[in-house]
Design a protein around this ligand. Structure first.
Ligand SMILES: Cc1cc2nc3c(=O)[nH]c(=O)nc-3n(C[C@H](O)[C@H](O)[C@H](O)COP(=O)(O)OP(=O)(O)OC[C@H]3O[C@@H](n4cnc5c(N)ncnc54)[C@H](O)[C@@H]3O)c2cc1C
Length: 388
């Protein structure tokens, strides 16, 4: 079934560039709000270079003092669940999320709880003694206490992007695999985009959701949205050992001296561990995606401390991905200053995937003039800080 069309009114046409978590959901939500939408991607939704291209992504509501993201995560989870039901697909895995507070500073966790309560999230505050009893596989040394969110978990990432594209096509959207280059701006409006074949495509509005490529597409954004190299490791457990699967362990995030996090199970890929520390700046097109010996050694050292039974577990898979960091780690959703028909959405900064459906709603409302985006996501804050 296509989107509702009001008799006599032409549908607003929108071209969305980028079919990752942000662009795919933006295209789908724009379509559902009545626009005629064309979605373009250079390599395809959740491709190996894309930031949305991993196996799994955490969805949690523990967000420190950030009311906006706490509320967005709650709405996003609701939308993921509604849509997976609609598509008869499993994309959300309710494993629970355990957020561990470090011993030197627990202000992030303390600030999170009132906002989670306000947003109606179920959670428990657990001592490390409580946690050790419940999850004896984890060594809670250097953890002061933890927040457990029983209703959160993880999302299937690249499969999620593919599911969004399939829904978009089924609901009447058009998709093309092609590179898009913005054409010049005249009279405060961009004059279409050029695609790989040389053809020029035109629409009423354009949304650029190019993830880590945003600074390449619009060079003025390069100092504000910076891609950094991130490594992810999957370790193998013993044959038949169920104690490190998602039935027995939640997703965990360890906010210690360095933030490590992981997802057990992962569609049988192994026990996933990643270090959230920002790596070197990279080019997402040409980076060779091989893990570093230092990265692997750090992951192993961490494993030895926190999951001692896995100290000698073999590495069974790995991925090299990137975060597209805005300078303040907040997302961007705004119009281009010099072109009123162009919107950019990005700056996921290592926590964007879960928010795809809700950012998509915001993009739909903003582009169609129904509701302005949250001011926290505006470009002016980044422009100000990059010129100061
Ligand atoms: C290792 C790792 C772990 C993460 N963990 C989490 C997590 O646990 N929870 C969470 O919520 N988030 C997490 N994130 C962050 C999250 O994955 C990203 O914020 C999110 O996927 C960004 O989506 P995007 O659509 O902006 O970018 P992308 O997924 O990169 O999509 C951009 C798309 O644009 C296309 N494109 C670019 N330029 C052009 C062009 N000129 N023409 C046509 N197409 C173009 C690309 O091909 C790409 O498909 C993690 C990220 C990484 C790397």
């Amino acid at each position: 079934m296509g989107p509702p069309v009001l008799a006599g009114l032409p549908r607003t046409s929108v071209i969305v560039v980028g079919a990752g978590a942000f662009g795919g959901w933006s295209a789908l939500q724009l379509l559902r709000k009545g626009a005629k939408v064309t979605l373009l991607d250079a390599w395809g939704p959740g491709n190996s270079r894309a930031s949305s291209g991993g196996e799994t992504r955490v969805i949690r509501t523990t967000y420190g003092p950030e009311r906006l993201y706490t509320q967005m995560a709650v709405r996003a989870l609701q939308l993921w669940r509604e849509n997976e039901q609609r598509w008869n697909l499993k994309l959300f895995f309710r494993t629970g999320v355990l957020w561990m507070a470090g011993t030197t500073d627990d202000s992030y966790e303390r600030a999170a709880m009132p906002l989670m309560k306000e947003a109606g999230v179920r959670f428990e505050k657990l001592s490390s003694a409580d946690c050790s009893k419940r999850w004896p596989q984890i060594n809670f040394d250097d953890v002061s206490w933890s927040v457990h969110e029983p209703d959160s978990g993880y999302l299937a990432a690249r499969r999620g992007c593919e599911a969004v594209l399939n829904a978009f096509l089924k609901e009447g959207g058009e998709y093309r695999q092609t590179k898009a280059i913005p054409r010049p701006v005249a009279n405060n409006r961009m004059q279409g985009i050029t695609v790989t074949s040389g053809e020029i495509l035109n629409a009423d509005s354009y949304v650029f959701a190019c993830g880590p490529w945003l600074g390449k597409v619009f060079p003025f954004l390069a100092p504000m949205i910076i891609p950094t190299r991130q490594e992810v490791f999957f370790f193998g457990t013993a044959a038949g050992d169920l104690s490190f699967t998602e039935e027995q362990l939640p997703v965990w995030i360890d906010n210690g001296k360095r933030l490590f996090y992981g997802i057990p199970g992962n569609h049988w890929r192994g026990f996933k561990i990643a270090d959230d520390t920002r790596g070197p700046v990279i080019d997402p097109t040409s980076m060779e995606r091989q893990i570093s010996t230092e990265g692997l050694a750090a992951a192993r050292m961490y494993l030895r401390l926190r999951f001692p039974a896995l100290a000698d577990a073999p590495l069974v898979e790995s991925r090299v991905c990137q975060y597209e960091n805005s300078t303040d780690q907040n997302f961007v959703l705004d119009r281009l200053p010099e072109a009123e028909n162009v919107w950019v959405v990005g700056g996921g900064s290592g926590h964007g995937f879960k928010h795809g459906p809700v950012l998509g709603e915001m993009v739909g409302d903003a582009v169609l003039g129904l509701k302005g985006p949250p001011k926290e996501l505006g470009l002016s804050r980044l422009l100000k800080s990059s010129s100061s």
